[in-house]
Design a protein around this ligand. Structure first.
Ligand code: ZN
Length: 134
């Protein structure tokens, strides 16, 4: 009888129903990790795109060239960071849909070892390796 009540309660309390590969607590931990990383990246993007030192002293041509170069590399850096933010957004969407931790390529489980290092991974180690070989 007691067991029946427990089963019933578990079934009606939202969030207690396991969604996807990981238990809810683990998904939450990964979500926090991803959101933190996203915040950090957005800050870094702002820094990379900051137009400081541009157009202030345009007296020397060499300096101007350096500034243009610095600006271009800043934009390249910010693009790389933006790509990562997109990856993180996709991972967050997978957490919401319960597909987090599943390889989007082969549908196998992604190892937690990999997710600890790259929490936004959408591919498992095997798929990443075989992609590199090609
Ligand atoms: Zn895979």
């Amino acid at each position: 009888m007691k067991e029946k009540i427990k089963t019933f309660l578990t079934s009606i309390i939202p969030g207690r129903v396991p969604a996807g590969v990981f238990p809810a607590e683990k998904n939450l931990a990964y979500r926090k990790k991803l959101e933190q990383e996203k915040k950090r990246l957005i800050k870094a993007i702002k820094t990379a795109e900051k137009p400081e030192n541009f157009g202030n002293d345009t007296d020397a041509f060499d300096e101007e060239a350096d500034e243009a170069e610095a600006f271009a590399s800043g934009m390249a850096i910010s693009q790389t960071l933006r790509d990562r933010v997109n990856e993180i957004d996709l991972a967050l969407a997978r957490i919401r849909s319960g597909a987090y931790g599943v390889c989007t390529n082969c549908k196998q489980t992604i190892s937690e070892k990999l997710l600890e290092i790259v929490p936004e991974s959408s591919w498992c180690e095997q798929c990443k390796k075989s992609q590199r070989k090609r």
